[in-house]
Design a protein around this ligand. Structure first.
Ligand code: 1PR
Length: 543
């Protein structure tokens, strides 16, 4: 390849930059990895996708001399694009486990979102709107569209840095979503996760293309249609994946978690191939895609290479966030070799996952934490969120509704239910389960949600076994209870049957996202119809 199609990538090995690699390849560029500070100084164009936490990143930059090279490169106005932490590191300092000194290229301090101020949920996860100033150039295609953010820390615009700021975003307060000076650019959002060049919402990769090849891109006419104005409610497609009796990896779908056909053969329901369906949902406008390896609790996931293949193939051309769950825990295999949950998660991240989701193991960790009142730091949840950040860790809750006559009947949080139980019970609690709903545990969904937030979860995927596959709507009592009790985003799941079910859950609860499986797999309701309906109801969505 000629130097015109080579891009230099600064990957200091702290996390998943697979999606950025995939995006660059998709755009026809080959990647040269930085090995020495000299590689930075000699780059024609340099991309710096910061991952992980601020302090360890600065450590690496300082120890290797790459920080100094970066400063020189930027001072010389060479083509540079920082992404996420790659923007934050340019500032004077960060409060993340600090203060920690940054590269000091841009005046200002990076601080944590103040959840009390704006009544916002932290991390800031999802598709938000930009207020784009003049001369942003690489943002020319963004227009009215949403872009994808996932972070807990942000830089604030001030008099000192106003010459640098090319766009801001509003989330409780106005923060810096991009900077630009000459050939130097950086964005807080993730262009590599903000959609592709074709199909739905053509935003993300066009930001990268405009940076890589400024000459080829002409200014586009402003988009027609509704203008993005704030954080959008997300619509997520979920693929429950397992091996069927023939040994093929299939997308299946349960009926209250029972995935077998009610026929004589009793086989595992097969609704399609994971990679094909994921691509389809991406094209149809899914804001995120979740894969749940639903037999991960019994099969060791690193033995389950097909799931890792699914992630690898999917991430090659699906440019929205991918979550994977199932079987994330410490494990000793038949030969006695021990694998930590961190290794399992690392393999998932390397294969293209942006977030991992923990089910059963988070229940045990929460039970332990509630019993002892102390954090051990050893649970999979704590370890993974410490290394990869809490925005990368979802806890998936699989509760079952248990009706009671009296709120004092059980030592768990009880709510008054909208629809009384079979014997006229007016109250219920939501019992957590493990192993795909097979075993009930002595902890409620409320207690679990509060505990896992403390232990470092960045988001909650809230299922409901009673509603799963029923198509009768989300359990809004449950979703309201949990989304009112935690400060992290909550994804409502289980029971979607119509577009109205989505507007209902967003209008009556504080859910940040709604997830569905069956209606999408059976092609009963296209994702587009859900979004159009939400738009009609004046609920902000990414179009
Ligand atoms: O416990 O860490 O190994 O994780 C296992 C993961 O697999 C958990 O996230 C758990 O929710 C999931 N899981 C386990 N067994 C099943 C099953 O169905 N037998 N699926 C299962 C969970 C629920 C949702 C479903 C929604 C929406 N499925 O994923 O997609 O209920 O469905 P709908 O729109 O059709 O109603 P671990």
């Amino acid at each position: 390849s000629t130097s015109d199609s080579v891009v230099t990538l600064l990957d200091y090995g702290a996390g998943n930059v697979r999606s950025i690699r995939n995006a660059l390849r998709h755009l026809g560029f080959s990647i040269k990895d930085v090995q020495t500070p000299g590689d930075i100084l000699n780059a024609d164009r340099l991309i710096f996708p910061g991952v992980g936490a601020f302090a360890p990143a600065m450590d690496v930059l300082n120890k290797t001399g790459m920080g100094e090279a970066l400063c020189t490169y930027i001072e010389n106005d060479r083509p540079f694009l920082g992404i996420c932490l790659g923007l934050q590191l340019l500032f004077d300092s960060s409060e993340e486990n600090g203060p920690v000194k940054g590269l000091g290229v841009i005046p200002g301090t990076v601080g944590r979102f103040d959840s009390s101020a704006g009544g916002i949920r932290v991390p800031h996860i999802g598709w938000n709107a930009l207020q784009v100033g003049n001369a942003s150039d690489i943002l020319d295609d963004v227009g009215n569209r949403h872009v994808y953010f996932v972070h807990s820390y942000r830089a604030i615009p001030s008099n000192e840095n106003k010459d640098w700021v090319s766009s801001t975003c509003h989330y409780g307060e106005s923060f810096i979503s991009s900077i630009r000076r000459g050939n130097v650019h950086a964005v807080q959002f993730h262009p590599e996760k903000s959609g592709g060049m074709m199909f739905y919402s053509k935003v993300g990769l066009s930001v990268l293309r405009r940076f890589l090849d400024p000459k080829s891109s002409s200014k586009q006419k402003p988009e027609e249609g509704k203008k993005a104005s704030k954080l959008a409610k997300r619509v997520i497609a979920c693929l429950d994946v397992r091996t069927n009796d023939k040994g093929d990896l299939v997308v299946t779908k349960g009926d209250q978690y029972d995935v077998r056909e009610q026929s004589n053969e009793n086989e595992v329901r097969n609704l399609g191939k994971p990679v094909d369906l994921a691509r389809q949902y991406y094209k149809d406008g899914a804001d995120e895609i979740s894969f749940l390896n639903i037999t991960g609790f019994r099969d060791f996931p690193l033995g389950d290479l097909p799931m890792i293949q699914v992630l690898r193939y999917t991430s090659e051309n699906v440019f929205v966030p991918l979550t994977v769950g199932g079987g994330i825990r410490d494990f000793t295999d038949a030969t006695g070799r021990y694998y930590s949950s961190l290794e399992v998660a690392a393999e998932y991240f390397r294969s293209g996952a942006d977030k991992i989701s923990i089910g059963s193991d988070a229940v045990y960790a929460a039970e332990e934490f509630i019993k002892s009142g102390a954090k051990t730091g050893k649970s999979s949840l704590e370890q993974i969120s410490r290394v990869y950040g809490n925005q990368a860790v979802v806890v998936s809750i699989d509760p079952r509704r248990v009706y009671v006559n009296d709120p004092d009947d059980v030592p768990y949080k009880v709510i008054r239910v909208t629809n009384p139980g079979p014997n006229g019970e007016e109250y219920a609690w939501y019992q957590c389960t493990v192993s795909g709903g097979r075993e009930g545990r002595p902890i409620g969904a409320y207690e679990l949600a509060k505990a896992v937030e403390e232990l470092g979860a960045g988001e909650i995927l809230l299922n409901c076994i009673d509603c799963d596959g029923q198509g009768k709507g989300f359990d809004t009592d449950l979703v309201k209870l949990i989304s009112d009790s935690v400060g992290i985003p909550v994804i409502a799941s289980s029971g979607a049957g119509t577009p109205e079910h989505f507007s209902e859950v967003f209008e009556t609860t504080n859910a940040s996202a709604a997830l569905a499986a069956g209606i999408f797999h059976r092609k009963e309701v296209p994702i587009q119809s859900v979004k159009e309906h939400l738009l009609e109801k004046s609920i902000e969505v990414r179009m």
